[in-house]
Design a protein around this ligand. Structure first.
Ligand code: SAM
Length: 384
């Protein structure tokens, strides 16, 4: 479903052979989705009979649903944050059980299993091995997940290995160097651009996934994440979602009337274009002021669009530029903004927030400090 993506600035930083202190949030891009080519190479694994047995016994005991996946509780004693329900036209989905505040932690989940992203051997064999190691309840949780793109010519009951692969392909998400299955978050459906309201992020240091509310969510609203880079135009997004995830997206943004939809598309392509131009700061084709101005423009267009993801990273990029030009005041201002948005999207207890805190109090500790000529760069503009 959704992995990490390198923004232009990351590439900029990579180009400078420096590692950014500001790692990305979980904003997805399909390149890092579980690679479809694995499936093309997939070899049917040995021991089909035992998986067949698991699958048929699961079918026979379907009433034994995986209880922990049905509701979410933030802290012991608090009301549940969400519930899993059937949603017409979408299979299952997740609804808020109470009002959720922007930046609130909605879910923490350890993977049922992970497999390396770049494996060269058959993923089918790996999945088979993982399933073998699971408890009956874990297997049920896995086999209960939805799947798409399953050949109509195949009977799922007679082809459990195909089912297991289709489940993996439909539900696996990025977990650092790996891709993994998280049965609770796997119930999150997709929304584009301003329609998604939660984001997930793999925490390497905790070896688990966290899901945060990107905006305030009302009780009864559906929690939606995004499966792809939704800064692409509507037609492109919908083609991708239909072929990869087997559905026609009818989210709020995809359902806008033609004129508003066109306006949304042009905002999104302007954002992508600005990200591209902004990257030329690394090659010194634009100066720090121009680069910061692009960040401010991106920010403002995102405000108009209602696109609130990746803002911690964007502000952290501005911190980088301000530090490179030795502008301590702007490091502080952008740093505070980065702290706020990293906290919303990935949590206040993350290394990214701690790094920003340090730059705010001691700008000269930034690794880019003084690497460009001294310049007063722009301050953050209007912000939400
Ligand atoms: C990771 S699963 C999400 C949970 C799934 N709905 C379920 O029942 O378990 C991905 C699948 O959910 C469905 N889905 C996700 N977002 C959707 C949307 N916006 N509209 C319709 N179907 C959607 C598609 O079938 C997709 O392949």
């Amino acid at each position: 479903m959704a992995p990490k993506t390198a923004t232009k600035m990351q590439k900029v930083k990579a180009g400078l052979e420096e590692k950014s202190a500001a790692s990305r949030s979980s904003q997805p891009a399909e390149e890092s989705h579980y690679p479809g080519k694995w499936f093309a190479l997939c070899v049917f694994f040995a021991g089909l009979s035992s998986l067949y047995y698991w699958y048929t016994s699961y079918q026979a005991s379907a009433s034994l649903s995986y209880v922990p996946s049905e509701s979410g509780t933030s802290n012991v004693g608090e009301p549940p944050v969400f519930k899993v329900v059937d949603i017409p036209g979408k299979g299952k989905g997740i609804l808020a059980e109470r009002d959720i505040k922007q930046g609130e932690l909605v879910l923490k989940e350890k993977p049922l299993f992970v497999v390396p992203r770049d494996i060269t051997s058959s993923p089918a064999a790996l999945i088979y091995n993982k399933l073998q190691l699971m408890t009956a309840e874990q297997r049920r949780a896995y086999l209960d997940l939805s799947y798409v793109n399953f050949s109509e010519d195949l009977d799922p009951v007679k082809n459990p290995s195909e089912v297991a692969l289709a489940i993996f392909q439909t539900n696996a998400v990025s977990a650092g160097e790996n891709v993994g299955i998280f049965p609770r978050m796997a119930r999150l459906n997709h929304g584009c651009s301003s329609a998604f309201n939660v984001v997930y992020n793999w925490r390497h240091y905790e070896q688990q996934l966290v899901v945060h509310a990107l905006k305030d969510i009302k009780k009864g609203e559906e929690l939606l994440t995004t499966y792809t880079d939704t800064k692409r135009p509507k037609a492109e997004r919908r083609t991708f979602l239909a072929s990869r995830y087997g559905f026609q997206c009818t989210c709020y943004v995809c359902s806008l009337p033609p004129q508003l939809s066109k306006a949304s598309d042009s905002r999104l392509s302007e954002i992508s274009k600005l990200y591209g131009e902004f990257a030329s700061w690394s090659a010194q084709k634009i100066d720090g002021n121009e680069a910061i101005e692009m960040i401010r423009k991106i920010w403002n267009i995102e405000d108009q669009e209602g696109y609130l993801s990746e803002r911690g990273s964007l502000a952290a990029d501005a911190v980088w530029i301000a530090a490179a030009h030795s502008d301590s005041e702007r490091v502080r201002e952008w740093g505070l903004l980065a702290m706020r948005w990293f906290s919303n999207e990935i949590g206040a207890d993350t290394p990214q927030v701690k790094d920003m805190e340090r730059y705010v109090s001691r700008p000269e500790t930034h690794k880019a400090w003084g690497t460009r000529s001294r310049l007063d760069v722009g301050a953050p503009g209007r912000s939400r």
